[in-house]
Each structure stands twice: as structure tokens, then as C-alpha cells.
Design a protein. Structure first.
Length: 342
């Protein structure tokens, strides 16, 4: 029998994330009274990972990420989940050091051999990142889930946070949007073999350029685009500033297959959740724009800001690295809305 993993979960990939408003309600009142002076980045800024200084400016990055299947193939599921989890270290400007696995498996429904393939897929991505999958923990769960807890290293002066943008910055992204749309099409049997390969290429491409970007002081802020979509993660970057992001619609890249599918109203349920949470802060999102702008990405690209005077220098560097990128907008003084699509 051909087992389709996505049929064993109600949500998939980073679309499984708890909505920001619900998460805020959960965390409200959970603030720790004790101060840890070496904890440089905690959960107060909704950043991609925690950062703890050990000594002499050397810091440990710690993160975890896991979700239910986004694809039917077990090996590919492991690859995507691992790539997505490791991305949080790169988004902080760090170098991954090692990973441990988090596995939930419905052992009465799905064969252990499939779980083995999930782990093997994760091992292949860890090997590509140059780190060991050094252990993990497993439980018997009603739905399959998998991810990693990842430890990384970064020097204090190279830490990149998501909320440190500056006025006049240029915004870059390193992968096209549309991953959530394509994942939904797969679950509905609407994704061709060719489109699946395009989807898989994006979701298993490591954001390793983040480690190199950390060396440039003119890279002012960085995050990765995951479950809250492009608009949601950009709003997190703007959250503590009196700035607006002016985004060029024509420059915002979307996978061609996702454009066609969006026109057929194929999109994840959580796109609507993102849209409802974000709309009040957005201008210029019209028609079907929300399907790609609010699309929950899984193992999406990096979103980072660069001081305008170093724009050409950054373009040259990224081209030399054969790194895909698009410049999608700029940071200006505050307008009526935080994000303006033009």
C-alpha cells in the first residue's frame, strides 16, 4: 500500500504553528523574574533562537523546530524538517555545531521503517551542513511529527537579530515565496512531479549564507521566513521601530507554480489566519495578494536588511557566492501602515 504521510496529520510543515495571538496568551505571565546576564537573546524579541554567551564573546545558539509531515515521502520529510530547523542557527548568523532529533510516531499506524527513512533524510541534511545528528528522543504520538534541536556557535559581535533594522536599509530575501501553496497542492493531489521537484529543491536548500552574512556589520537584521509568512516575519522585524517597510510587488519573487495554484484558490488554512492577524498593519495588499504574502513558508529563505550605502557591495558578494537573492524593498520613516506594498 502506498502510504501518504500528509494524510495522517491535520496540518503540515510550519503551517502547524500556533497563531501569534494564541501564543502570546500562552506566554503571558510566564516571564522569568530571574535575570541571566549571559543570556543575550531570549524569547522577549520573538527571535529565531536563543543566544547565550559562554566567555570572551563566544556564544552558544540553541533552537528547536518540529512539525507534522509536509510531504508524503518519509525521506524527503526528514530532509525538509532538518533544513528548516538548522535555518534558525543561520538566521542568527551562526555556525551549526550539532543536532538531536525529536520524533513522534504513531507506531500502530505507520511502520518503523518509515520513521527510519525520516531520520536518514535528516542525517543527509545534517551531513551537508557539516554537523552530526548526535541523538534524540522519541514518543508514540497520534500524528507523525519530526524535527531537530540544534546547537550553534557565533561570536557576540556577529549576532544578527530580527528587530535591529535601521532607517534606509534595503531588504533582501534568498528564496522565492509560495512553499505553503505548493504543499497544500501536494496534499490535494494537484502538484505535478516537476513542480514537486521544484518545491523540494527550495525546501531542502540550506540557508548557510547566513553564517557568512554575519561577518558584515552592514547587515543590520536577519530572520528566516517560516510559518507567519513574508508579511508576518517582516512585521516582527518592524515591531520595535517607528519605521515602515515599502515593498515592491514586482520584485517580490514567487514560484511560478505557486502563482498558478494561487489563482485556483489553492492555499493553506493558516494563510487566512495570518491574513487576519496582519491585515491591520498592511497597505496595498489587494485581490489574491494575501495568498502569497501571508503564505506560511516551511524552510523558507532568509529575510535580511542591508545599509543602503553597502547595497552594491552586498550584491557583488551574493553573486560571487552564486546565492539566489531578490531585493524586495526598503525601510522608510513611519507611514500610516507598517508594511506598504506598491
Amino acid at each position: 500500500m502506498d502510504i501518504k504521510l500528509t494524510q495522517y496529520s491535520k496540518a503540515s510543515g510550519c503551517g502547524c504553528k500556533i497563531a501569534p495571538a494564541v501564543l502570546d496568551e500562552i506566554l503571558n505571565g510566564c516571564k522569568q523574574d530571574q535575570i541571566f546576564k549571559n543570556l543575550l537573546v531570549g524569547n522577549e524579541s520573538k527571535d529565531d533562537a536563543a543566544v547565550y554567551e559562554i566567555e570572551h564573546g563566544n556564544c552558544i545558539i540553541s533552537t528547536t523546530d518540529f512539525f507534522m509531515p509536509i510531504v508524503d515521502d518519509a525521506y524527503d520529510f526528514g530532509r525538509i524538517a532538518a533544513c528548516n530547523a538548522i535555518s534558525d542557527v543561520y538566521a542568527m548568523g551562526g555556525k551549526p555545531l550539532m543536532a538531536i532529533a525529536i520524533l513522534g510516531w504513531p507506531v500502530e499506524k505507520l511502520a518503523p521503517e518509515m520513521a527510519q527513512q525520516v531520520i536518514k533524510g535528516a542525517q543527509s541534511i545534517c551531513a551537508e551542513a557539516g554537523i552530526p545528528l548526535a541523538g534524540g528522543h522519541s514518543v508514540d504520538t497520534p500524528e507523525p511529527l519530526f524535527g531537530l534541536a540544534v546547537t550553534g556557535l557565533v561570536h557576540k559581535e556577529n549576532i544578527k537579530q530580527n528587530n535591529s533594522i535601521q532607517l534606509g536599509d534595503i531588504l533582501y530575501i534568498t528564496k522565492p515565496l509560495g512553499i505553503g501553496v505548493m504543499a497544500t497542492a501536494l496534499k490535494r493531489g494537484k502538484l505535478s512531479d516537476e513542480q514537486y521537484l521544484e518545491f523540494l529543491a527550495e525546501t531542502t536548500r540550506l540557508n548557510s549564507i547566513g553564517e557568512q552574512l554575519s561577518k558584515f556589520p552592514y547587515v543590520t537584521a536577519m530572520t528566516d521566513i517560516t510559518g507567519f509568512g513574508f508579511a508576518g516575519h517582516l512585521l516582527e522585524m518592524l515591531s520595535t521601530h517607528q519605521f515602515s517597510a515599502i515593498i515592491s510587488k514586482v520584485d517580490l519573487p514567487v514560484m511560478e507554480a505557486a502563482k498558478a495554484l494561487a489563482a485556483q484558490f489553492v492555499f493553506p488554512d493558516n494563510t487566512t489566519r495570518n491574513y487576519n492577524a496582519q491585515l491591520a498593519d498592511i497597505e496595498g495588499m489587494t485581490g489574491l495578494d494575501f495568498i502569497t504574502y501571508c503564505d506560511p513558508q516551511t524552510s523558507g529563505g532568509l529575510l535580511f536588511s542591508v545599509s543602503a550605502q553597502h547595497e552594491n557591495e552586498m550584491d557583488d558578494f551574493l553573486n560571487q557566492q552564486n546565492q539566489y537573492f531578490a531585493k524586495v524593498g526598503r525601510i522608510e520613516t513611519k507611514r500610516e501602515k507598517k508594511i506598504v506594498f506598491e
